[in-house]
Design a protein around this ligand. Structure first.
Ligand code: GLP
Length: 268
């Protein structure tokens, strides 16, 4: 794992934007894995700014989102499709037909939809860079604790904690789905690179379990310990329970020199 620690969430977003930017300039038809939640909003704002000011081009980019609420209408303001349109897709030159989410409508079979999504990812050549956030309980995508570390795209029932954490995003009389379609942990770790962003004190325990805890389905993000190219970008609050931060910072300064000399990606 490359662990990178910054003072502020804005620096976290900027660093994540550097990874996306570098990939898209090197491989314009790259396949990006995208995440929702409040953490990546600033990353998307940075990418939009780079598109407007610095000609960052999405014309050939293909994207796969981690998850989507089960049986939600795509045009519902609470759908992850609406979130992505609002924060990124409507503001850059991406072709909407190249943007995918693991949807499942009322008339569709979630098992079949999961298989279809896996096939689409495979047919696109696989994900080059997967962006991730982390839940306060260590989930990635909607892979709640106890999810198989080998899981693939499927329907998941959300935990009470996740429902509570996400209830802030729903109005009082708005229906909050208790199930979602999500890439599995096996799907996520198949990506060539994964970049997880975490900010704020309420993520500190999950971050510590992910990095220093045992590899365990109890903390789905700990699966990144097995990933060849995992980058974890934290602000100082999210990193506040880690004990080896001096080493991480020293290693990061060395990695930056290596990246400058040899490039960020060695197999993109
Ligand atoms: C949701 C999403 C995750 C996200 C997590 C954290 O449940 N399914 O992909 O990482 O919440 O969200 P936030 O960034 O808002 O803390």
């Amino acid at each position: 794992m490359q662990i990178v620690i910054f003072e502020t969430p804005e620096e976290v977003a900027n660093h994540a934007a550097d990874w996306v930017d570098t990939l898209l300039r090197q491989k314009p038809n790259a396949v990006l894995g995208l995440a929702t939640g409040s953490t990546p909003i600033e990353l998307y704002a940075k990418l939009v700014a780079r598109h407007e000011q610095d000609a960052l081009c999405f014309a050939k980019t293909v994207t796969f989102n981690l998850d989507e609420y089960f049986q939600i209408q795509p045009d519902s303001p609470q759908s992850y499709r609406s979130f992505m349109n609002y924060h990124l897709f409507n503001k850059v030159n991406i072709q909407k037909s190249n943007t995918y989410l693991p949807t499942c409508s009322e008339t569709q079979n979630p098992r079949q939809q999961g298989l279809n999504y896996e096939r689409l990812i495979k047919d696109s050549g696989g994900i080059d860079l997967q962006i991730l956030g982390i839940g306060a309980n260590g989930h990635i995508g909607f892979n709640e604790p106890s999810s198989s570390l080998a899981s693939r795209t499927r329907i998941k029932t959300l935990t009470q904690q996740t429902l509570k954490d996400n209830s802030r995003l729903f109005g009082e009389d708005e229906y909050q789905p208790d199930k979602a379609m999500t890439m599995g942990i096996g799907t996520i770790t198949d990506a060539k690179y994964v970049l997880l962003m975490a900010t704020g004190k309420n993520k500190a325990e999950a971050v510590n379990n992910m990095i220093t805890g045992p590899l365990s389905a109890h903390c789905p993000a700990s699966a990144l310990q097995m990933h060849e190219n995992a980058i974890v970008v934290l602000d100082k609050e999210a990193a506040s329970l880690l004990s080896d931060t001096e080493y991480y910072q020293w290693a990061d300064s060395q990695n930056r020199k290596l990246n400058e000399k040899f490039g960020y990606y060695h197999n993109a």
